[in-house]
Ligand binder design. Structure first.
Ligand code: SF4
Length: 364
């Protein structure tokens, strides 16, 4: 399948930012609001790895059972990969990321400012109010770096752009089965949301929707939902392509769980907070097992998926905690499940590839 969209790579986009003098901020997973950074004229570039990056530099600073997302991310920073960033943001998404924030602030103390953000684990009105205050505090910290104080009007305008980009992403996912792209290409497109401007992503998504077929693709023998953190190593997407598996919905923390609902609060900080806390059920937002299971059952039924692949990162405790009950609930409903546990610092093992191929065969 061809790539008529000319999907820009992270490297190309970063190189464009640097040659044009555009400041950018490195953001670790998972939840934050891009509009806040854009209002400070900072481009967010997310760091979910990098995948297959040596963790040697980080290993001395972290416990052996820290996940590879954090180990690769810290190594990349220690090797000088973030020196050109204007700031580094570490949301407190899990204990490992909270630890990463402490390693930066208490031990490494890089020249680049490091800012943290506590994301509540509940969705009550008091959580929204708390998170709004966290976002306001982050705004003040960014102001010390950029010298800017964005007006409420400006914040609302950037929030509008992000909402349009999220709605375009949802439309692309909803029409996945009519889009003539391999899983690998499809994920390259979806993951540009992690480093291009919302306006640019919205255009890519709209162009994709214009190119879709009138009817469902005929080359999808089995439909899958992917759940987990991040679809790395990406070669596994090609294994799925070769095995005739098509991902019809994404429930990963880096994509589907960050399609935030539209909000219209007059206060832009409350509006951003309510939007993030209105995200689909997510371990990082403290959702119950029941809420996550109901969500996955709805997705598989609506998309007529035969299976769910839990694409899990080794030592990712927040996700692993849910998996036994989620798998049992789905299997009881007739949905096949597969747990793939990967270390993103390494290529996909032959064993993981074989398990994926065997899973595809079991769906026939
Ligand atoms: S993979 Fe899991 S443990 Fe690691 S940073 Fe992400 S949520 Fe935290």
């Amino acid at each position: 399948m061809s790539d008529p969209l000319n999907i820009p790579s992270r490297k190309e986009v970063l190189s464009d930012y640097q040659s044009s003098g555009q400041d950018f901020v490195a953001v670790y997973p998972i939840h934050y609001h891009r509009a806040l950074l854009r209002a400070h004229d900072l481009m967010p570039v997310e760091l979910w790895g990098p995948s297959q990056y040596s963790t040697t530099s980080a290993d001395a600073h972290l416990q052996a059972y820290t996940c590879s997302v954090v180990r690769c991310g810290l190594s990349f920073a220690l090797d000088g990969g973030l020196e050109k960033a204007r700031a580094i943001i570490v949301p407190h998404s899990c204990d490992s990321l909270q630890g990463l924030g402490s390693v930066f602030l208490d031990f490494i103390q890089p020249k680049t400012p490091v800012l943290t953000l506590y994301v509540p684990r509940g969705r009550r009105e008091m959580d929204v109010e708390f998170f709004a205050r966290e976002l306001m505090a982050l705004d003040k910290s960014l102001a010390k770096i950029t010298g800017k104080r964005p007006s409420e009007k400006m914040l609302h305008s950037f929030i509008d752009n992000e909402q349009k980009a999220d709605s375009a992403m949802e439309a692309v996912l909803n029409n996945r089965i009519r889009i003539p792209m391999s899983n690998r290409q499809f994920y390259e497109l979806m993951r540009t949301r992690q480093y291009v401007a919302a306006e640019k992503f919205e255009k890519l998504a709209r162009d994709t929707l214009e190119s879709m077929q009138q009817d469902n693709r005929t080359d999808c023998s089995h439909k899958l939902v992917i759940s987990g953190l991040v679809p790395e190593p990406a070669e596994l997407l090609s294994v799925m392509d070769d095995a005739g598996l098509t991902v019809v919905w994404d429930d990963t923390a880096c994509i589907g769980r960050r399609i935030y609902p539209e909000t219209d609060d007059a206060d832009p900080y409350v509006r951003m907070a309510r939007s993030i806390l209105g995200a689909p059920p997510d371990s990082a937002l403290g959702s119950s097992v029941e809420a996550r299971l109901a969500h996955l059952l709805d997705l598989t039924r609506n998309k007529q998926a035969q299976g769910v692949v839990f694409w899990s990162v080794k030592f990712c405790e927040p996700e692993l905690f849910y998996l036994p009950q989620l798998s049992r609930g789905l299997e009881l409903a007739g949905i096949r499940t597969l747990l793939l546990e990967v270390d993103i610092s390494e290529p996909a093992s032959a064993q993981v590839q074989t398990r994926l191929e065997a899973f595809a065969e079991s769906l026939t």
